[in-house]
Design a protein around this ligand. Structure first.
Ligand code: PLP
Length: 527
C-alpha cells in the first residue's frame, strides 16, 4: 500500500460520476486501473451457462403429490472461471486484516497466524462430526478441555462454559446463569445496572433476558461512577455488567470495590471481557470478584472474525455460578478419558444447569485455532501480547494528541486503545469526515461515535501485531487527514474519492434498507 505522503492531491480529485475534475477522461468501464466495477451475480449469470455438466434431470414422477417445481428457480448460471473471478473481484473491494492495519477500537482486529489455520485443518479435527460416538472423538474433547483449562487459569475463575458462539451470546449465557442462581435461591430480581460506556450488546442482552436496564453514569475521567453505582444497589438489582478494560480504553481500578458492594447487596458481577487482550497474563478477573465473563476467542485469541469466520465466546464462571453452567460440557474422567456431559448423563451433580445455548458443543474450528495460538505463545508470550498491545495503543495516543483531542490522555496511559474526540476539527467538520478521509488513504476507518460518553469519538485499537513501521505509516496518514479537518479543507467533505463507492447515505441505509435484489424488468413491469 502506498500512502500519499503529501496529503491531498486536487488534480486526482474524481467527481461524483467517477470521472475526473482535473480533466482526465472517464473510462468506458467505470474502472480506474485495478479498481474494478463488479455487477451482482444475478446480473452476469444466465440460466444457459454452467460450471459443471449435469445429467439431464429425470422426469419427475408424481411422488411429490403436485408440489413439484413448475419452472426454473432462476439461479444465476456461470462458468467456473466467471464464478472465481466474480468472487475474487468482490473480495478486492473489501478491506481485510491481511490487507492492512485495521484500527477498529474494541474489535481487536489482529493478525490471524497461519499456524492456527494449519492446525484447524488437520483431518482429525476438521472432519469430526458432533454426533460421532464420544469414544471416537477423545482428541477433540481433549482440545476443548485443555483450552477451557487455559481460560480458567488465565482468568482465575472456577469453571468455563465453552459453547457460546460469540461475545454477545456469552453475555446471554452469563445473564442466564445469574438468573438461574437467583431463582435457585428464590430471589428473583428485576434490574441490571449498565455503565454509560458499555458496548451496545450489554443493555441489549439484559433487556433480552427480561431485565430492566438502568444506566450508571461515567466520571469525568472516563470510568464507572462508583458512588452512583453503590447508591443504586438494592434488593431489586440482579447484577451489574461492566467492561474491563472499559470502552474508553481505561482500566476500571475500582472493580474489586464495586464487586464487593454488589455481592454485599446480593447481586452478581458480569464482566464484559471483550477487551481481555489488554490484560491477559497480567490480571485475573477472578481476583477482582467477577462472577461471569465472556472471552471472545476471535479477539484475544486471534481466531478470524469480521466476515472471516464464526465467533466463539466461552464464558468463565465463579464458584457461585458454576453449578448453573449450560450443557453440554466436557469433563475429564478419573481414567484420563473425556466425557461429554449432556442431559442424559448430567446426574445430580450437574442438575442445576440452566439448559443449552446451542445444539452441540460450540465452534470446534475456533477451539483448535485458539489453543494453537495459546500453546505457540505460552504464558510468557501471552503476557507480552498484552504489554505490546498496550504499548502500541499508547504510541498512537501520544503521537496524535497534538492534532486530535484526547479527552482522557491527561490522566495517564491508556490500555489497549486510544480514544480521541472531534473537539479540534474546524466548524462544520466531523468525525465522519476524518473516517471517510482515512478510506482514501487506504485504511479501514477506526471505530467512530463510540463510546457515547465522548463527543464525536474515534476509538483506535492497533493491537500488538502491528510493527512500529506500520504504526508510523498509519499515524502519518491519520495525522494528515486530521490536519485537513482542523484546517477546514473542503475537499475532505467529499471523501472517499478513491473508493469503489462515494459517501453513502447512512441514514437512508439504516431507515430504508433495500435487502432484496429485484430483477430490473420486473421492477419496470410493476410500475
Ligand atoms: C466485540 C464486543 C462485544 C460483542 O462480541 P461479539 O463477539 O461481537 O458478539 C461485546 N462487548 C465489547 C466491549 C466488545 O468489544
Amino acid at each position: 500500500m502506498t500512502v500519499n505522503q503529501s496529503g491531498w492531491r486536487p488534480e486526482m480529485q474524481a467527481d461524483a460520476a467517477g470521472s475526473n475534475a482535473a480533466g482526465l477522461p472517464p473510462t468506458a468501464t467505470g474502472n480506474r486501473a485495478l479498481m474494478l466495477e463488479e455487477p451482482l451475480i444475478f446480473e452476469i449469470g444466465s440460466a444457459d451457462r454452467t460450471g459443471v455438466d449435469l445429467e439431464p434431470a429425470p422426469a419427475v414422477t408424481s411422488r411429490l403429490g403436485g408440489l413439484e417445481r413448475g419452472g426454473e428457480i432462476g439461479l444465476p448460471g456461470l462458468s467456473e472461471q466467471e464464478t472465481v473471478r466474480h468472487y475474487t473481484r468482490l473480495s478486492r473491494q473489501n478491506y481485510a486484516i491481511d490487507l492492512g492495519l485495521f484500527p477498529l477500537g474494541s474489535c481487536t482486529m489482529k493478525h490471524n497466524p497461519r499456524l492456527n489455520e494449519k492446525v484447524a485443518r488437520l483431518p482429525g479435527f476438521a472432519d469430526v462430526h458432533p454426533l460421532q460416538p464420544v469414544a471416537t472423538v477423545q482428541g477433540a474433547l481433549a482440545v476443548i478441555h485443555e483450552l477451557g483449562e487455559w481460560l480458567i487459569t488465565l482468568t482465575g475463575m472456577k469453571a468455563v462454559a465453552m459453547s457460546p458462539k460469540a461475545g454477545a451470546h456469552g453475555e446471554l449465557c452469563g445473564l442466564l446463569s445469574i438468573r438461574a442462581a437467583l431463582e435457585a435461591r428464590g430471589d428473583a430480581r428485576s434490574v441490571i445496572l449498565v455503565p454509560a460506556s458499555a458496548h451496545g450488546t450489554n443493555p441489549a442482552t439484559a433487556a433480552f433476558c427480561g431485565y430492566k436496564v438502568e444506566n450508571i453514569p461515567a466520571t469525568p475521567d472516563g470510568r464507572v461512577d462508583v458512588a452512583a453505582l453503590e447508591a443504586r444497589l438494592g434488593p431489586d438489582v440482579a447484577g451489574v455488567m461492566i467492561t474491563n478494560p472499559n470502552t474508553c480504553g481505561l482500566f476500571e481500578r475500582e472493580l474489586k470495590q464495586i464487586a464487593d458492594s454488589v455481592h454485599d447487596a446480593g447481586g452478581f458481577v458480569y464482566c464484559d471481557g471483550a477487551n481481555f487482550n489488554a490484560i491477559v497474563g497480567r490480571v485475573r478477573p477472578g481476583d477482582l470478584g467477577v462472577d461471569a465473563m465472556h472471552i471472545n476467542l476471535h479477539k484475544t485469541f486471534s481466531t478470524p472474525h469480521g466476515g472471516g469466520g464464526p465467533g466463539s465466546g466461552p464464558v468463565v464462571l465463579s464458584e457461585a455460578l458454576a453449578p448453573f453452567a449450560p450443557l453440554p460440557f466436557v469433563e475429564k474422567r478419573a481414567d484420563g478419558g473425556f466425557a461429554l456431559i449432556e442431559e442424559e448423563n448430567a446426574g445430580e451433580h450437574h442438575g442445576s444447569s440452566f439448559g443449552r445455548m446451542v445444539a452441540f458443543h460450540g465452534q470446534m474450528g475456533m477451539y483448535t485455532r485458539a489453543l494453537a495460538y495459546i500453546l505457540s505463545h505460552g504464558a510468557d508470550g501471552l503476557r507480552q501480547v498484552a504489554e505490546d498491545a498496550v504499548l502500541n495503543a499508547n504510541y498512537v495516543l501520544r503521537s496524535l494528541e497534538d492534532v486530535l483531542d484526547a479527552p482522557f490522555a491527561a490522566s495517564g496511559p491508556c490500555m489497549h486503545e486510544a480514544l480521541f474526540s472531534d473537539k479540534n476539527v474546524a466548524e462544520g467538520f466531523s468525525t465522519l469526515d476524518i473516517a471517510k478521509g482515512l478510506i482514501d488513504e487506504g485504511y479501514h476507518p477506526m471505530t467512530v461515535y463510540f463510546p457515547l460518553v465522548v463527543h464525536g469519538a474515534m476509538l483506535i485499537e492497533p493491537t500488538e501485531t502491528e510493527s512500529k513501521a506500520a504504526l508510523d505509516q498509519f499515524i502519518m496518514a491519520l495525522r494528515s487527514v486530521a490536519e485537513r479537518a482542523k484546517a477546514g479543507d473542503e475537499s475532505l467533505k467529499g471523501a472517499p474519492w478513491y473508493a469503489p463507492r462515494r459517501r453513502l447515505d447512512e441514514t437512508l441505509a439504516a431507515r430504508k434498507p433495500v435487502l432484496v435484489w429485484e430483477e430490473p424488468e420486473l421492477e419496470e413491469a410493476a410500475e
